[in-house]
Write a protein that binds this ligand. Structure first.
Ligand code: ATP
Ligand code: MG
Length: 327
């Protein structure tokens, strides 16, 4: 089986003049090398394609693959993660991970919360602010939390994301709106413990493969698993397998959200507990980072005794299983 690999390489974009934070979601060369090596090791033939424009050129030139292993995040718009899946749908080429609908909805954290809440899954009350004047509409009690509506990898998230009063709300929303040029999600701050659930599979085949607690060390940046804490996770973050009771609660909510959002093959759902210890949905990550040592999904798998090879094997099996089932 010939497997194409689509991805956005951080070095390519840095070379084009993009900045460190702008390219934070993109992959390092060692991640692509690890994926390529592991897929080969699983017995498939691989072909590195790269980003969406290379894919377009190769499709137009007549190239085809039996399956594409897609981890490209894209650059522009709410549909940026959906661009490659949509293009592959045009050519009826199957691919790993979620389709355009899920990738677009989950990228917009406000839309994802509407869907999840519609399914009765707990998530903090929220508003999406499109301009500074929208701050006047915020009628939720402090403390609140503000983040760009459609970013990942902790972009735009720092200790200042936790808002204790009106002054901080205005200041932080003004800053985020101008810096990230997109709406800001403001929601109730969850002061409890934080967990991330690794999921493999699709629909009724989906299962939690591990639940990890994210614990900020004393000298870490406060309040959130922020951009800085993620970038320097070895120094600032302790990862611990969740205790049984929290693992059960977190898995149940994460799987419900995964199915509600129709995510496929593998990913992560992030959760935090409120002041009473009730677990809440924060966001879903249907294109999980796959750096073998640095990304949350491989980290939590290795805690559960699941190797990187096993994880990638399951992702391939899940995608191939869907293709077979759809005839
Ligand atoms: N409502 C909230 N209350 C408390 N902390 C929050 C809240 N929302 C986000 N956080 C903190 O900010 C972190 C990042 O938020 P979120 O998961 O939405 O962002 P992200 O950048 O998309 O993450 P990822 O790297 O998983 O893609 C969370 O892991 C959590 O620590
Ligand atoms: Mg997250």
């Amino acid at each position: 089986m010939r497997v194409g690999i689509t991805y956005d390489l951080r070095d390519d974009y840095l070379a084009l003049g993009f900045g460190e934070e702008e390219t934070a979601e993109f992959d390092r060369r060692e991640t692509i090398d690890s994926i390529d090596r592991t897929i080969k090791d699983l017995g498939y033939t691989t072909d590195r394609i790269g980003h969406v424009k290379t894919l377009m050129a190769r499709l137009a030139g007549g190239d085809r693959w039996d399956l594409v292993f897609n981890i490209a995040e894209g650059l522009q718009g709410y549909g940026r993660e959906a661009q490659i899946p949509a293009l592959l749908d045009v050519y009826q080429i199957p691919y790993t991970f979620s389709g355009p609908l899920s990738l677009t909805i989950t990228l917009h954290k406000g839309m994802a919360k509407h869907v999840v809440r519609g399914f009765g899954i707990p998530t903090p009350n929220f508003l999406v602010l499109k301009s500074v004047s929208d701050v006047a509409k915020v009628d939720l009690p402090f403390p609140l939390f503000a983040k760009p509506v459609a970013e990942g990898t902790g972009k735009g998230i720092s200790a200042a994301s936790k808002l204790s009063n009106q002054k901080e709300l205005v200041f932080q929303c003004t800053r985020l709106l101008s810096e990230y040029r997109q709406p800001v999600l403001v929601e109730t701050y969850l002061s409890g413990r934080e967990f991330t659930v690794g999921i493999v599979g699709t629909d009724d085949q989906a299962r939690a493969v591990g639940v990890m607690e994210v614990i900020l060390k004393d000298h870490a940046e406060k309040h959130a698993y922020s951009y800085l804490n993620k970038e320097r996770c070895e120094e600032f973050v302790e990862y611990r397998p969740a205790d049984e009771a929290n693992a059960v609660k977190a898995s149940e909510i994460a799987l419900a959200a995964w199915r509600a959002l129709e995510c496929r093959d593998a990913g992560r759902v992030d959760l935090r507990a409120d002041v009473e210890g009730r677990m809440n949905f924060l966001e879903a990550n249907p294109l999980p980072g796959l750096h073998p040592q640095h990304s949350d999904l491989p980290i939590l798998c290795s805690m559960s005794g699941i190797s990187y090879r096993e994880l990638l094997g399951w992702i391939m099996q899940s995608a191939i299983g869907r293709v077979v089932a759809s005839g």
